[in-house]
Design a protein around this ligand. Structure first.
Ligand code: KIV
Ligand code: ZN
Length: 523
């Protein structure tokens, strides 16, 4: 491989999905994985198969259906984890097992309650076992940046001896500084000559806002794989943001001399899809994908850009696909075929019942909106995907809102058992009334932990997108909904969040019965 080529390893569906409140179902994970393939990532870390049957099923579906990237499954350095991960990815065109164990004394003593020799033995055995099942094995010494470098080097050398093909150095708690991280990697190269024969990878967390800077320092020290996530989602403050790493390398390519094979024009769309399905909004001033990333507010800047873009722009909105989003794709009179081909242009292959349903929704929107943009269509299709996911379905609602008396809501919900149940409530506002009416109908005491509503495009006729995070019996999950009516969007989001959180509560109860720990968190 070209020595200046950087492998992009996307962990949105694994480390990213571990962010609190995110609860993607298999259909949603598949949709993201297909979009990651269109984006051109080299590796998709599709999940942590031992964590739950749902995780296993999603990784397996991605391995079977998504072609192009390597598909990786995560496993602790335990035989059962490794076998489960290998089984989940085995049907991929190019399967990978990614196994890890901590090398820092803090983790060895307090979390693993083990010893360095035992960790060395476990790492060796894990890689050997993984290599007996798949050819492509990645090994990570977790919390490496707080570990003793000599011990970490010893563990890495053993992993390479047993056949690891990629060695990844996690800055698990986002503690390192760029200069330190680069030096740490150089120190490993000096101590482990065989490291030069495998791919060295970086995996940096953003607790001090340094994930991208540390990843870049790692590349300068010789690493050629970056583990990153769309919109920088991930444990705590998140992972290095894929779009920032990629656009840094592209924008400063002449100076840096490293390149990826990412189709950068797919970046904005991937960011919107991930944000929409996870319910994690993108801050307006976020580098590369924030709504304001290409806006010029001050008169002086606007004047400069009108005269010559490069006065205040170092990359164009078009280069990350922002312009596509606002292109008007369909009008009020467009037919089913036009919708299908517009969706195809956006990368969605929709036919049969899903197309009929999408067309019905499109007509409803087109009646209310003058122009239906690519962004509207994306929102609509992802909303259709979600519709399958819910255990509860919103059948209808009435809300009587007034400034003179408290608003009253009545809802009808279809339960997972197929029964229509009704509830009503007089709340502090129309949204509060409808949320509590849903609780009354379903007899669930869900607690609202977060609620957001955003306009998808500008203008008074914009589609509204609501995101709700609910807590029930100690579990939390999110749900999203889209409609031109913000109360309906909120109600849809609430019902989906309720379905998702209930699934989590059931899973937690099942694992409690079998005494298995709930394995959703890895740093
Ligand atoms: O941050 C971390 O250490 C991880 C490992 C599992 C690679 O996510
Ligand atoms: Zn991580």
């Amino acid at each position: 491989m070209d020595p200046n080529r950087v492998i992009i390893f996307d962990t949105t569906l694994r480390d990213g999905e571990q962010s609190p409140g995110i609860s993607l179902n298999t259909t949603e994970k598949l949709e993201i994985a297909h979009q990651l393939a269109r984006l051109g990532v080299d590796v998709i870390e599709a999940g942590f198969p031992i964590a739950s049957p749902g995780d296993f099923q999603a990784v397996q579906a991605i391995a079977r259906e998504v072609h192009g990237p390597v598909i990786a499954g995560l496993a602790r350095a335990h035989a059962a984890d490794i076998e489960r991960a290998a089984e989940a990815v085995k049907d991929a065109d190019r399967p990978r097992v990614h196994t890890f164990i901590s090398t820092s004394d803090i983790h060895i003593e307090h979390q693993l309650q083990s010893t360095r020799p035992d960790v060395l033995g476990q790492a060796r055995a894990a890689v050997a076992h993984a290599r007996s099942l798949v050819d492509d094995v990645e090994f990570s010494p977790m919390d490496a940046t707080r570990a003793d470098i000599d011990f970490t080097a010893e563990v890495i050398a053993a992993a390479i001896e047993e056949g690891a093909t990629t060695i990844n150095i996690p800055d698990t708690v986002g503690y390192a500084m760029p200069i330190e991280y680069g030096e740490f990697l150089k120190g490993l190269y000096a101590r482990v000559p065989a490291l030069a024969d495998v791919v060295l990878s970086v995996h940096c967390h953003n607790d001090l806002g340094l994930a991208v800077a540390n990843s870049f320092a790692g590349l300068q020290a010789g690493a050629r794989q970056v583990e990153c996530a769309i919109n920088g989602i991930g444990e705590r403050a998140g992972n290095a943001s894929l779009e920032e790493v990629v656009m840094l390398l592209k924008t400063r390519e002449e100076h840096i001399g490293l390149a990826t094979e990412i189709n950068t024009r797919e970046i904005a769309r991937t960011s919107r899809l991930v944000s929409r399905l996870t319910g994690y909004g993108v801050q307006p001033n976020k580098a590369v994908v924030g709504r304001n990333a290409f806006q010029h507010e001050s008169g002086i800047h606007q004047d400069g850009v009108l005269k010559e873009r490069s006065t205040y722009e170092i990359m164009s909105a078009a280069s990350v696909g922002f312009d596509d989003a606002n292109s008007i794709v369909l009008g009020k009179h467009s037919g089913r075929h036009a919708l299908q081909s517009a969706l195809m242009d956006l990368g969605y292959e929709v036919s049969g019942q899903t197309l009929n349903q999408a067309f019905k929704r499109f007509k409803e929107i087109a009646d209310k909106k003058k122009q239906v943009t690519a962004m509207d269509l994306e929102a609509l299709v992802t909303d259709e995907l979600r519709s399958d996911a819910g255990a509860y379905t919103l059948e209808w609602f009435d809300v009587e809102a007034s400034t003179r008396r408290p608003p009253h809501a009545t809802v009808s919900i279809l339960t997972p058992a197929g029964e229509s149940v009704r509830g009503d409530f007089t709340g502090d506002g129309p949204i509060d009334a409808i949320f509590r009416a849903i609780n009354a109908a379903t007899t669930r005491e869900a607690k609202l932990r977060d609620f957001r509503i955003d306009a998808i495009t500008s203008g008074q006729d914009a589609l509204g997108e609501a995101s709700v995070v609910l807590e029930l019996s100690g579990s939390s999950a999110s749900g999203q909904g889209v409609s031109t009516d913000i109360i309906e969007a909120a109600a849809l989001a609430y019902v989906r969040a309720l379905s998702n959180v209930e699934t989590k509560v059931i899973q937690a109860a099942e694992s409690a019965e079998t005494d298995e720990p709930v394995l959703t968190q890895t740093p």
